[in-house]
Unconditional design. Sequence first.
Length: 328
Amino acid sequence: MPGANKIKQLLAKDDFGEAFYLVDSDYRTQAQGWTKADHTGPLDLYEERNPGYVFRTGDYASDAACMQAAINAQVDFRGDMLYFTPGNYTPAAALVLDVPDARWMGSRRRRGQSATITAGVADALGSVTAADSMEFAYLRFVPLTAGVMISRGAGSDNWWLHDFVYDARGITADVGTIFMKDTGACLNTIIEDFIGQTNTALGPLYQTAASSVQGIIKNFSWLHSGNTLVTLLFETITGGAGATCWQIGPGHVQVGGGGAVTNLGAMINMTANATNATLVNITTSVGGATTALGWEATTGVAAEGDIVNSWVATIAGGAGRAALVGTT
């Protein structure tokens, strides 16, 4: 685990903000030396170096209470970082995310995230109120069946989610299982450099509100190994007339084990006869979509979603790849 000085060095690159540390009390036991009676264990040293900035789950009634206490200690617009030390954090109550410019970070490595946030309740990350410019990185997210992992209210703009894993393997099939959902207009969202893992029929990665605009989902690998996903990445909710100017791709969808993906994205009940989203530089394995699928505009207005330079693979020895084509 990086020491306190290392974390402060990482923050110093931005020359602002404070680091708050979440510690999973289940990660190391006292017998292993994590904390000692003479206060010489790693946790003890963390607490001594950073008094008031270390939040240990065992000191609170629940993981959610510990996480909320750390959130409440942060200062708006300062660029404070909530650093998740290795472990599994399971909020069983919806958290209130209301600190603009906050950063949620695990160990700074692109793959093999050592800190996991497992939803113990629907809307676990949960009541987001006008929290602009939040960043989530180097974390593993595990959803709850039929629950939304991150629920954002209007005005939670300029978010950046990157270098994370969305691990929904083994979650009971339910299209209500969604990683992130906007309940009001959220502008300028970037989701990039991530891995999605699924093997049951779930909802999309991201469901936008009626007027969430100017967003990007790119540089991803999605691994799906069972059952049929109707909509994989992006979906507008009913009445989404204003959800426009979205780029989806580049990225790759790999399907195996009898799995199938019907649509990579869906524009539902859009009313504007103009391009609202584009699939760009997307590739899929044979089960990722057929030549008649890939994009869906259920109102019958083909111009609402377009596709450029995106392809379905063919079985080895076949005649060649086929272009992804949207349905209307």
